[in-house]
Design a protein around this ligand. Structure first.
Ligand code: 9MR
Length: 363
């Protein structure tokens, strides 16, 4: 196999750019990028294949922009739809960066996942300090949350197909996360958030979203129980977002497909929303092969269950990954390296899309 086939530079830009990602200059003629993209391979499966997008990289880095626009048919804002960005001052919204991404998506015929309306991180200081000093009491916080969700969902109405309404609300043992939301409002904030989001855009599919919920465990069971209860009460909860952060030093989670199936049995969609697979650095071929296998197995589970409607990687290049900043000594978690050269993980996803047939019924 030529190095060109195993390591294509994944962008359809000028030949000069292609050289950036090639193993050697001679291995990268201008047509080296004529591979089938992930989005083309995903089309027959009725599956969105997405990436998180770093909006600064999108404006500053031509190669990044080219891959983001060509390989995926869904995008998620890595940061710019979060509360601290969109409402830095109380009552003053700044949609500029998020709008930039939504416009980019429209130009590239991509769908947009909304991330995220309620989280315990990346909240504006006016909100956290107001709660801490008592100037924002419970009824006030509830109004603030309602106004935020209503304003954001309305702003993007009709342009977001799935919203992560609440993010990371449970601890590993399945109890509610001890957050400002829980402490001030009690667990009813979850149902409220879904009702307000639904009122603002009845067509968007509304998701719970968390990490470590790939397989069947205490945390994913807490989501299952909650979803079942809320749906019985008529609360518009339509999907479980499984972030999909794996680390090759641990085993692949058990019962992923069965987990997706039990949410399907509730009439819900599922989605892999933030997949990456990290490793200790420096990494070798064995580690990259294991990583490829983990990516493939997550996608395989998604393809096996028709109600799994999107598969999103949390960034596609190691160049801008969040991992090294959070897990010192670890990284290389994405499907392309920092020069946009495809790793075995990219090929594994492409092959999985090429060779798998989907059957079954979609809710
Ligand atoms: O990738 C995001 C990174 O740029 C931010 O600094 C970080 C702040 O907490 O959030 C990262 O994205 C997170 C996502 O919004 C929710 N799930 C975990 C992701 C990785 O931390």
């Amino acid at each position: 196999m030529s190095s060109r086939r195993t390591a294509p530079a994944l962008f359809a830009g000028a030949a000069t750019l292609l050289l950036l990602g090639s193993a050697s200059a001679t291995a990268a003629p201008a047509h080296a990028d004529h591979h089938a993209t992930l989005r083309a391979l995903a089309a027959p499966h009725d599956l969105k294949v997405g990436t998180a997008v770093d909006v600064s990289a999108l404006s500053d880095d031509t190669a990044y922009r080219a891959v983001a626009g060509s390989e995926f048919n869904s995008v998620t804002a890595e940061n710019v739809m979060k509360w601290e960005v969109v409402e830095p001052t109380r009552g003053t919204y700044d949609w500029s960066q998020a709008d930039e991404l939504v416009d980019f998506a429209r130009r590239h015929h991509q769908s947009v996942r909304g991330h995220t309306l309620l989280w315990h991180n990346q909240l504006p200081a006016w909100l956290t300090s107001g709660v801490a000093d008592g100037s924002i009491d419970a009824p006030e916080l509830r109004r603030i949350l309602r106004d935020h969700i209503t304003a954001e969902v309305k702003h993007f109405k009709g342009r977001i197909y799935q919203w992560d309404v609440v993010n990371e609300i449970f601890e590993e043992d399945g109890s509610y996360r001890d957050s400002l939301w829980l402490r001030t409002l009690g667990p009813s904030y979850v149902a409220d958030a879904f009702r307000w989001a639904h009122a603002a855009d009845p067509k968007a599919k509304l998701f719970l979203n968390d990490y470590n919920v790939e397989g069947i465990n205490a945390k994913s069971t807490a989501y299952y129980d909650l979803a079942k209860k809320l749906r019985a009460q008529g609360v518009p909860v339509q999907g479980l977002g499984i972030q999909g952060y794996l680390d090759i030093q641990y085993g692949f989670p058990a019962d992923v497909e069965q987990n997706l199936e039990r949410f399907a049995a509730l009439g819900m969609q599922t989605a892999f929303t933030e997949v990456d697979v990290r490793m200790n650095l420096p990494a070798g071929d064995t580690e990259r092969a294991r990583q490829a296998d983990d990516y493939r197995r997550l996608l395989d589970a998604c393809l096996a269950v028709r109600s799994c409607t999107s598969f999103t990687v949390w960034g596609f290049t190691d160049k801008y990954s969040w991992v090294p900043g959070t897990f010192p000594g670890q990284g290389a978690a994405n499907i392309l390296d920092e020069n946009f050269v495809a790793k075995p993980a990219y090929t594994a996803l492409a092959d999985e899309l090429k060779t798998t047939r989907r059957t079954g019924h979609r809710p």
